[in-house]
Design a protein around this ligand. Structure first.
Ligand code: CA
Length: 728
């Protein structure tokens, strides 16, 4: 599929349509966006657990998209995908804690250029300030539910008394009524904190659901069998990972730390004034004390405790959503009263879905349906017929291109999403050239909730997931197994489908230019790696090393089989070893930009990396070469005066036709070109380890990959003239 051709087709089609005039008029866009709102908690998506009359109004008067997905199921990254129309690896915001590069092209900037008055009010969560808005006021970081602070455009911070969802709504209405330029079309992004953790509801809904139980999902007691072994490492379960104060709203210290994690208080309660606290306690304390009395009496089973936690959690969550629904109602009412409704496109979405007890979880991150899906409701008077339903596969990277086409301006080539405008004119029916699969990637491992890096593709029926750490595939048939309880990747009946989905996976990664070798990756979710990484960072802090070795297990092996040789050649030169077994290029990229270089300014750095990119995935040599190039760029930026010895990857395997050896040979041919003969010197020592017939003696490489002491001796001897030549 060629994007520019498709875009051209859309533009032409659009102008042949009779309602072309409407889009030419530049509609206003009201984009209401919340945080962590699962479609399962929206009436228009068939909720069985709550009612959302105002959100449903958008769907009833417009369209609901049933197959709406995020590209990366976590707060900041999803927002960056929306703003840029690009997947995370292209916009650089891979994980919460990253800082959004606001020099990038975003749809609000382009809409401003196209004549729109633009405003952003509410939760931003991208670290850098908003760009592309004539007006913004944002919550700092996650913000607060009670008496929230807002960062202002002049750099000040103002506190407002009351409930965050209501305050954001009031400020959005104030901008619409008093602050915007009435002579321009507007883009208003009204972005709620709710219903994000810790789910602190507004006083008017404290009593909601008081005497009723919310039905539990079927998979609340999931045992994680039949899927990736990494699932059971999660730290996001209702059973084990709720805090006593923060999540469950008890005061004081955890009385039952085996059931409720201690040490995280309900920060919202601490922000309240006395009156607010009194109302809160009146609502929560009777129920809390009744439960604790039962706990102290030992009357509750493990299962009953989990069920109680689920009720506490889901009710607080749903009550927060009720205020978001109220917000939407107020905004829709204002559009009606002001006469703006007919000229305004209204969209409701949220940054991802959420687990409402499914798989025993709260939170998001995984590529399973509950957090992969995100709501997308849209009302576009005169274009979308009321009550429209679409099953087209759409994604958050499509929003920017869609808004830009609505605004009658060009969608830049660099945006990876596709405008939905022609599909909206066609009542949600996608054209034959619309996508048949979406790509998803999650990168925030070694962080809160302990979810591993994974990516995958989803079609209308199947989902393929890949876990790089365990190198496992999971395949789900969403028709026979809608709750994704059993992977069929090893089922012979699905062999053809697995092959086809793996091909789609490769195709989409190519389309979106996903090269894992260049995407910074931590292995901090592996204890041994985390400890060695920390040790290197500690050593590099104060090291005055003149020589640094950077690489994987072959480099780390200087501390094992090569220790004697190291002592002889390098110890007196104060060398430092930055090797970690199992690392690929992407891990070196992470380490060199996350502390491993410390304060070292070595005269020479010896780099050898890539044999695990070969060994783990037989990765395309072009991709690995790009990873090496990125490492060289980082070294150039951070160690401008250091000479780099870029080593060819050593040969491996039993003979010259070993496929992994051949892959390394191909990588070497490419990385050779990264040497400039001055700062970067390419050194190929492969022959030192080969017998005349091309085989490798086990006396040099016992496992045909790692060096023996004799191997390290040969490496040191061959390297020595280069080190001397470079002044060591
Ligand atoms: Ca979120």
């Amino acid at each position: 599929m060629h994007l520019s051709v498709t875009k051209l087709a859309i533009t032409v089609t659009l102008c042949l349509l009779p309602n072309c005039l409407i889009s030419a008029k530049q509609p206003n866009i009201l984009f209401v966006f919340s945080d962590d709102h699962s479609p399962r908690a929206i009436g228009a998506y068939g909720s069985q657990i709550n009612r959302t009359p105002n959100l449903d109004r958008i769907a009833n008067e417009g369209a609901v998209f049933k197959n709406s997905f995020c590209a990366n199921s976590i707060c900041g990254p999803s927002r960056a995908c929306i703003l840029t129309g690009k997947h995370s690896h292209m916009n650089g915001f891979l994980r919460n804690g990253n800082r959004f590069d606001s020099t990038q092209t975003t749809f609000p900037r382009l809409m401003q250029d196209a004549g729109y008055d633009t405003a952003m009010i509410g939760k931003w969560h991208l670290s850098s300030d908003p760009v592309g808005f004539s007006h913004w006021e944002i919550l700092p970081g996650q913000g607060s539910y009670y008496n929230p602070d807002f960062l202002q455009m002049d750099g000040s911070r103002q506190r407002f008394q009351g409930y965050c969802t209501d305050i954001i709504t009031e400020h959005a209405l104030a901008w619409l009524k008093e602050k915007r330029d009435p002579d321009k079309p507007f883009l208003l992004m009204c972005q709620h904190k709710a219903p994000h953790r810790n789910w602190a509801p507004p006083p008017r809904y404290y009593a909601m659901y008081k005497d009723q139980d919310i039905p539990e999902p079927d998979s609340l007691f999931d045992d994680y069998s039949g899927r990736s072994s990494l699932l059971s490492e999660n730290e996001m379960s209702i059973r084990n990972h709720f805090y006593w104060g923060h999540d469950m709203k008890f005061h004081g210290d955890s009385e039952f730390p085996e059931h409720f994690l201690p040490n995280l208080q309900n920060g919202e309660y601490n922000r309240m004034n006395d009156q607010q606290k009194a109302a809160w306690d009146a609502a929560y304390e009777a129920e809390n004390q009744a439960f604790l009395a039962q706990m102290r009496a030992g009357k509750l089973t493990e299962k009953e405790i989990v069920s109680w936690k689920y009720q506490r959690y889901i009710k607080d969550y749903l009550k927060c959503i009720q205020a978001v629904d109220d917000s939407v109602g107020s905004l829709l009412d204002y559009l009606d009263q002001s006469g703006l409704a007919d000229d305004t496109v209204v969209i409701y979405s949220s940054d991802q879905g959420f687990y409402l007890g499914e798989h025993g979880w709260y939170d998001k991150r995984w590529m399973f349906e509950e957090s992969l899906l995100m709501p997308f409701l849209i009302r576009w008077p005169g274009v979308i017929n009321p009550g429209t339903q679409s099953t087209a596969l759409i994604q958050n990277i499509d929003y920017g291109p869609t808004f830009l086409e609505m605004a009658g301006t060009n969608v830049p080539e660099e945006m990876q999403g596709r405008s939905m405008v022609s599909m909206l004119h066609n009542q949600g029916q996608p054209s034959a050239t619309w996508r048949d699969a979406i790509y998803y990637a999650y990168y925030e491992n070694a962080a809160v909730h302990n979810v591993p890096v994974h990516d995958g593709v989803r079609t209308d029926r199947y989902k393929l997931m890949f876990f790089p750490r365990s190198r496992e595939w999971n395949l789900f048939d969403l028709v026979t197994d809608p709750h994704e309880m059993h992977s069929v990747h090893a089922d012979p009946q699905y062999a053809e489908i697995l092959r086809g989905m793996q091909q789609r996976y490769r195709d989409l990664r190519q389309l979106y230019e996903v090269n894992s070798a260049t995407i910074p990756a931590t292995r901090g979710d592996e204890t041994r790696w985390r400890e060695r990484d920390a040790k290197i960072t500690e050593e590099a802090k104060n090291s005055k090393a003149q020589l640094a070795f950077i690489g994987d297990s072959i480099t780390q092996g200087w501390e094992g089989a090569g220790a004697e040789i190291w002592n002889k050649y390098y110890k007196s030169r104060g060398a430092i070893n930055l090797g970690i077994g199992g690392d690929r290029t992407e891990h070196i990229i992470w380490r060199l930009t996350n502390g491993n270089l410390g304060k070292i300014q070595p005269k020479v750095a010896v780099l050898m990396i890539g044999t695990n990119n070969t060994g783990h995935f037989l990765q395309d040599p072009q991709e690995v070469s790009a990873g090496v190039a990125k490492i060289l760029d980082i070294l150039k930026e951070r160690l401008p005066d250091t000479k780099i010895i870029l080593q060819a990857i050593f040969p491996r395997g039993s003979d010259e036709f070993d496929e992994k050896r051949l892959n390394n040979v191909a990588i070497n041919q490419l990385i050779r070109r990264h040497a400039d003969g001055d700062r970067v010197r390419f050194v190929e020592l492969g022959d030192q380890f080969l017998e005349p017939d091309g085989s490798i003696s086990t006396s040099v490489m016992p496992d045909l990959l790692h060096l023996s002491e004799e191997g390290y001796r040969r490496w040191a001897e061959a390297l020595e003239p280069h080190l001397v030549d470079l002044g060591l």
